[in-house]
Write a protein that binds this ligand. Sequence first.
Ligand SMILES: C[S@@+](CC[C@H](N)C(=O)[O-])C[C@H]1O[C@@H](n2cnc3c(N)ncnc32)[C@H](O)[C@@H]1O
Length: 446
Amino acid sequence: MADSQPTLNSLAAKITELSETFTRYLKDNNIQQPTFAADSPTSYSSLSPEAFVTRQLLADALSDLWYLSQGPSESIYNYVHSCIPDASALNILNHFDFWSAVPLDGTASYPEIAQRVSLPEDVVRRVLRHAVTLRLFEETDPGKSSSNIRHTSRSAALARNAGLKALVSSVLDVASAPMMVMPEALRKYSRGKPALTQDMDETSFALLYSGGKLGNHKTSWDLLENDGEGENKGWRQRDFVSFMAYIKEIFHLEGVLLDAYDWKAVGKASVVDVGGSAGHDAFALAQKFPELTITVQDLPQVQTVFEANVPEDLKDRVSFVAHDFFQPQPVQADIYIIKLILHDWPDHEAVKMLRAMIPGLKPGARLVLIEYIGNQGETEEPALARSIQNMGTASDLRIMALFNARERPVDAWAKIFRDADERFELAHVNANPLTFISVVEFVWRG
Ligand SMILES: C[S@@+](CC[C@H](N)C(=O)[O-])C[C@H]1O[C@@H](n2cnc3c(N)ncnc32)[C@H](O)[C@@H]1O
């Protein structure tokens, strides 16, 4: 109905109302508002779930205002024209570490930056001229060729935070090119079929990397482990480790693992963190529960980051073993954590991984699956803000491109465990839409 449609003015009024609610919350809770200045806070610290939702409703209204102010055709044109150059500029700045080529409390000239990032000055000027339109850096004398460059809060956040930098590298540098060949991969492998191909040789990623010029890599894990020469080999995996730790920080997920299970009640127990990265979760868990002994398993290139970071006082209780989780599980433990692992694999691969666990499982062993709920399934709840849904749908498409995988609701996880073996008994489900995390616990009845 036409009269229920938002208009420029109704959206502007909604934006005013939502920003007032949001800024009142910030004031009442002494949370400092970021600005564009380089010394601004780099994020809003500890928003309540309600304030987070208000902010995302504000983001929805702002994007609607943008769409309507441009009109249907130009909003498409303008988006298509800029979205890839915007992403590419950010990716280049990040890849060549422009962030540390400009001092946080001063300025740098274009020639100085060019020298520090080892790129031609003309390229540096062109990339930065686009970047400043996105409030990534700014010119001291806008438009003048003699202008110097200084940080804004957005570029400074990347200079200050290695985790944010690793996030840009892992998401943009590794995953964006495969996403651009998705139409070709879908046309080649899934067109006219009732379902997406589940073959890992038929992902967009595998298609992009099959020609050899970019290296022959079947999955992004293979690229992460093997890209780079000599000492540099595995640099992308080390970046990914930093990205995983940062995800925990930005989404305030510290409590998720600690609350996922009654760790105190189990007392003295052995735990395996399957695909546990460089131990960021294991360290937190072992620190809080001194009776736990934890083995972290992950791919070989992760080990150096683990060794560099394992706290001295945990060395006798937390260890790292390089282990491919498609090979038989070598450790017989009381509890296995499988956190943010299986969503990266299509159903049959997830089943294969769970079957590989069986040789290590003793009767009564627990498997604690922790996954992001990117897909809530059918629900009676009111629809989430579009910008929140978009976080889930974006990662769903990314894992489609990389792995032919999908974000799954809780029911689908239960089915995967059943398909792997009837002896996996579902013991407990805790799906929290506010943290977007589901914890599903299984007991091995072998
Ligand atoms: C999305 S990350 C999750 C890391 C960690 N569990 C967390 O929640 O932060 C997936 C992890 O699986 C690891 N991985 C991928 N393929 C693997 C394999 N075949 N065997 C063991 N680990 C693997 C990756 O190196 C990465 O650390």
